[in-house]
Design a protein around this ligand. Structure first.
Ligand SMILES: [Fe+2]
Length: 380
């Protein structure tokens, strides 16, 4: 749709502009509004895309919501078009479009303040309605004086109608929800999953004492903290993966650590597993050989500075990657699908190995349940 807007816009622009841009003053008048609006629009909308999902979580997974990437593109195209029209009309000696452009920037700024700073979708909706009236009045006025100038704003009017619908949708659903999330993945608390093996089954690589602390204390604390922190917030009732994707601060730290430990403990087995032929082929294709993958994975885990994780993950094209993450970070935050991980926080190995992280990591490779990597993959 934005591409069609651009195409239509340029066609009208070509019809409406009889003059050629010949000197630097006219060139700058044309160029500066385009660059300014593109940069401001792209940066602003990139930030707003994340804020939308965080502050108005009824939009998460909603079929009425376009992917987050649409917002930066749409806003950039919008500002680009307005900048072009302002530049063209400046070149033609007509200040009316420039004045409208400035008014539009002011109203958009007010909308951002209402919607994001004050978090009032009602005030945001009122500002958008005001913008509808202003732009529509301009089109009616300009069409009587210079039809081409009026046509330049028709795509923007169409965009505003969609923006009005979106703001109305958010306002109505926000009223209904009253801080209760509309789309929930389940109605129960996030719970500590049972280990798929006996507490002492991973010894001597991981002793029963280590499991008791790591699983029974650390992992459980992250689960309990997450449930405590999300109680009464829009995150309550959401799945752990969704919380990790959109949250920040203490909620993110605890939810991500809960998810990381779930993947970690689920990915271990006391019975040494052989990789499926399919997974072997993928690893050989992406790393050269099984040995090369093992070497890179172990080296990455040994060399990671401080606390963190090393992951086997896959991207949207099914390509396998070794991904180090710091602290509580998870590949989901980087648009990657986590398959297996090693925990290199000291609490994972200190009781059994003290400061010998390298020994822990090399032994840990014997416990990996490769079937779980297959099960988590979207490409097998
Ligand atoms: Fe841990």
């Amino acid at each position: 749709m934005p591409a069609l807007f651009v195409l239509g816009y340029w066609l009208v622009l070509c019809i409406g502009c009889e003059e050629k841009v010949t000197d630097m003053k006219k060139f700058l008048a044309y160029f500066i509004p385009i660059v300014l609006t593109f940069v401001v629009g792209a940066l602003g909308s990139y930030i707003q895309g994340d804020a939308l999902r965080e502050w108005y979580p009824m939009l998460v997974k909603s079929p009425a919501t376009p992917p987050a990437v649409v917002f930066p593109i749409a806003w950039s195209v919008l500002y680009l078009l307005i900048g072009i029209s302002a530049g063209v009309m400046l070149v033609k000696g007509d200040m009316s479009v420039l004045r409208l452009w400035l008014l539009q920037l002011l109203l958009n700024f007010l909308w951002s303040v209402c919607f994001f700073a004050l978090r009032s979708p009602l005030m945001g909706l009122l500002v958008i309605l005001a913008l509808d009236v202003v732009v529509f009045a301009y089109i009616v006025y300009a069409s009587s004086r210079r039809p081409a100038a009026a046509w330049l704003f028709v795509p923007y009017m169409l965009w505003l109608i969609f923006a009005t619908y979106l703001n109305g949708y958010i306002y109505i659903n926000n009223q209904k929800s009253k801080n209760v999330i509309v789309l929930k993945t389940n109605d129960t608390k996030i719970s500590l999953p049972a280990l798929p093996y006996a507490v002492g089954a991973l010894a001597p690589v991981m002793s029963e004492e280590t499991i008791n602390y790591h699983y029974g204390k650390h992992f459980k604390a992250y689960i309990d903290n997450t449930n405590r922190l999300i109680a009464g917030t829009p995150y309550e009732g959401m799945g752990l993966e969704d919380i990790v994707k959109i949250s920040d601060g203490a909620i993110f730290n605890n939810a991500a650590q809960a998810l990381n430990h779930r993947i970690f403990f689920e990915g271990l087995t006391p019975v040494q597993k052989v990789m499926s032929e399919r997974l072997q082929n993928r690893i050989i294709s992406d790393f050269g050989s099984i040995e090369a993958f093992n070497r890179q994975f172990v080296d990455m885990a040994i060399g990671l500075f401080g606390s963190g994780w090393v992951w086997l993950a896959e991207d949207d094209n099914g390509r396998l990657l070794i991904v180090p993450t710091k602290d509580a970070d998870n590949p989901l935050r980087h648009h990657l699908n986590p398959l297996l991980c090693v925990d290199v926080w000291e609490h994972a190995y200190y009781l059994d190995y003290q400061n010998r992280r390298a020994d822990f990591v090399r032994e840990y490779m014997k416990l990996l349940d490769w079937d779980k990597a297959d099960a988590r993959s979207k490409y097998i």
